[in-house]
Design a protein around this ligand. Structure first.
Ligand SMILES: [Fe+2]
Length: 486
């Protein structure tokens, strides 16, 4: 699936990219080398104003497990080349896969340096776990969103145009194929299904969601199976990387039960109602079915919100995020139980949303040290959301004192660089010390590994950094954590 969009003025207020209201022929080429000396596939696509001149081409006839390069031409305009890898053949042995895992790129919060550093690491695949863009109006530290809060098709299209104009983000798109799923900010903060953040916005919310979904489809490398129909877009999907890994890419926004007890961090009995679901019952069934049929060495859940338990209350009460899996414990239990019952060899959850790097062990009964570890979770920080962060030398969040499943944390911006082999999944927590100025160097704050058939994280290396701001008190860290997620 190769993607581009024609735009003479990507941030035009009408969202149409400064393009005349006419169709254009776009030719495309796929080659085995960057100089296009050996073009193996070529064709043409009609870019239509009704789709904001976006171009989505599903290229057939390529060999599995190979590197290719692609580019587009229309009239005098020739695009840069993008690099792509085809998935390995069904069940094929794969020695290694290196992937970047990213989320939460808020333009006004800072420079997208982490995207550029990820591109320099040259991954085979990029997983974007949501909050690709943010819906709010201007007001940043040096960088501003153009236009007010996005609520219309023109507004969402213009916003995508602004993000796609960012040079650092362009590098990340060009270096590798992307598997992208959204979170909330592509539409509206903390929305759930057809329920917006603010009740007063309820009338008309589905029209807003339809506009956001349509612009998302137009601007992301999605297949025709994801063409939106009104306020609905089929986003969750499975992608196999040979016999090495199966990616179950989840959509935890479109079908979820509304957050219990009015959202936020709560001690909430209603949250445990087994009728409630985070993925929605159809997606939950689809996921459980995927576990039962899996033959992969690694089963990876690419999704949005924190899967493990994070209890904010050191005492007997349980105060957890109603927006994350903690707010849907029965749904989480069905999934954890599902992979245990299906004998899934190595379940690993990849997560975004929380604007900090975390690592967690997943137990059948979260937080109970008597209960076996049955899976692992790597959580990526934001590209920029939250602005410049801070590090804490011991790499532990204050919550780890009474949440023993929480194994690693740092409040710095960055991405995960994860290498998967048949023997192990190794994650480098890549960080940039600053995002309010451009071009910071990246460094690896810590490395954790999950070994084949040994669920849970093992520390390989730790590299704490003195950052501009020293870590604040535990109380302040907890306040910052909750604020970043609200
Ligand atoms: Fe976010």
């Amino acid at each position: 699936m190769i993607w581009t969009r024609l735009a003479l003025d990507p941030v035009a207020a009408d969202g149409l990219g400064g393009m005349p209201a006419t169709s254009y022929q776009v030719s495309w080429q796929v080659a085995t080398n960057e100089r296009f000396a050996d073009v193996v596939r070529a064709g043409a696509f009609t870019a239509d104003p009704s789709a904001a001149h976006s171009v989505h081409v599903e290229v057939g006839g390529l060999r599995p497990g190979r590197e290719y390069f692609y580019r587009f031409r229309t009239g005098q305009h020739l695009s840069r080349a993008g690099r792509a890898l085809t998935t390995p053949a069904h069940g094929a042995d794969v020695a290694a896969l290196t992937m970047g895992v990213v989320s939460c790129s808020n333009f006004p919060a800072g420079y997208f340096t982490a995207y550029r550093r990820l591109a320099e690491d040259r991954p085979d695949l990029v997983l974007h776990l949501g909050d690709y863009q943010y819906e709010g109006g201007g007001n940043g530290t040096g960088r501003q969103h153009i236009g007010p809060e996005t609520t219309t098709l023109a507004g969402y299209r213009q916003r995508h145009g602004q993000y796609k104009s960012d040079r650092d983000l362009q590098e990340a798109h060009a270096v590798a194929p992307w598997l992208a799923v959204w979170d909330d900010h592509e539409v509206d903060n903390n929305y759930a299904g057809d329920v917006p953040e603010r009740v007063t916005e309820q009338p008309g919310f589905l029209a807003r969601r339809a506009a956001a979904y349509r612009a998302y489809y137009e601007n992301m490398p999605l297949r025709r199976t994801s063409v939106p129909r009104g306020p609905d877009l089929a986003l969750y999907r499975r992608v196999a990387w040979g016999g090495l890994a199966t990616f179950h890419m989840l959509d935890t926004r479109q079908y979820r039960s509304d957050q219990a007890c009015g959202d936020g961090y709560k001690d909430c009995v209603d949250a445990a109602d087994p009728a409630r679901s985070l993925p929605g019952s159809a997606q939950e069934e689809w996921l459980l079915d995927g576990f039962r049929r899996s033959e992969a060495r690694w089963d990876v859940l690419g999704q949005q919100v924190f899967f493990g338990r994070r209890d904010n209350d050191p005492g007997a009460a349980t105060t957890v995020s109603m927006d994350a899996w903690d707010g849907y414990p029965a749904s989480r239990q069905r999934i954890t139980r599902g992979w245990v019952d299906a004998g899934v060899r190595n379940p690993v959850v990849l997560t975004g949303d929380v604007h900090a790097h975390w690592g967690a062990d997943l137990r059948l009964e979260p937080g109970n040290l008597e209960s076996p570890v049955v899976g692992s979770e790597f959580i990526t920080s934001s590209i920029t959301s939250g602005g410049n962060g801070y590090d804490k030398p011991d790499g532990l969040h204050p919550w780890a004192a009474w949440n023993p499943d929480l194994r690693f944390w740092t409040n710095l911006r960055g991405y995960l660089l994860t290498t998967v082999t048949p023997a192990a999944m190794t994650t480098d927590y890549r960080c940039v010390p600053v995002v309010t100025t451009p071009d910071a160097a990246a460094f690896t704050r810590a490395t954790y590994v999950v070994e084949d058939e040994v669920p849970g994280l093992q520390e390989v290396a730790a590299n704490p950094r003195r950052t501009r701001s020293a870590p604040p008190s535990d109380e302040q860290i907890i306040a910052d954590t909750i604020k970043a997620e609200s």
